[in-house]
Design a protein around this ligand. Sequence first.
Ligand SMILES: [Zn+2]
Length: 337
Amino acid sequence: MVDIRDFSIDELCNAGKIIVIHSAMNGGKTETLVKEMKRALYNGVNSMAYNTDINARERDAIVVDGKIFHPALTVGPISEIKKDFEDRRSQLEYFLDKPITWGEEIMIRGVPHIKGYPLRVLGVDEVNFFMKNDQEAREMLALADWCSNQKVASYFAGLSHDFRHMPFGLVERLIKYADIVGQKKPACMGIPEGEVKCSKPATHSQRLWTRQYAESQGLEHLPDFNFVGKKHNRIVGLYVPAPFFDLTVASETKEEEARQSEIEYLPVCKDCAKHPYKNETGLVLDAIRKGVDPSSAVDDELITKKIINFLTHPFEGYVERTPEGIYVPLHKNNPFS
Ligand SMILES: [Zn+2]
């Protein structure tokens, strides 16, 4: 695997390198991004990081493990990134020929920079949330291209796959486009049957629910998912694997916010990954595709209702429900079967 640190910041900027860092959830990709933003400063180059308002738990900061707060700008559409970056760069250019100011700090919209250093490093965290559709994917590639032409090193950190191990947005396109791709593979944290912790390389993000939340959803029969926590503590009997039909991204309502405390993510290997109700989800979608009543596909009313709710959710985009109550499949294929 390529180590980004084999390249100097100057080399990366001069060649306008496009760098993608991807891994499973909690795999250390954001940490790598923040380290690179800091490495730029130690090399006499200002850097600027962005994240999205879709999923930012902390606005205007990138947070690693709830501990490291790196100043960043939280933005909406991708176009805001380029606009902000260009504006900062021209403000900082003003000081490049004024040595008397060098080394002083300047705050621009809440993010500190150093006078006398050019702005030549751009970072985007959680890039998967910026690339949800074709239009956004093209805009993100255009941003990377623009950076490259401007001799700006651009870093993009994100998940390539969601918790169902389905491609997350269109990050794969960016991976193909990148000059340098770093894939972080943390150790699997699962405790499979038996008592010994698994230690295979993790390529997958396992989503877990607290047992309490599973019970509140009428899914108390889900099996335990035991694992080793961040502090090496064994967590047994408290969590279950999130069902396959759980929504990809929680929406912004208060209810969903409260749900966040009931959800955990864990890097796991493909053997430890568990997706309850994957088959059932495929069966319900198949029924809809064949124009058969979806409630006949799975012999469980509650599960069928939850699966339909997932399939018809606008963000997921698998099925549309017409005002007349007819289900229309939105994909050519069934990705779950
Ligand atoms: Zn494992």
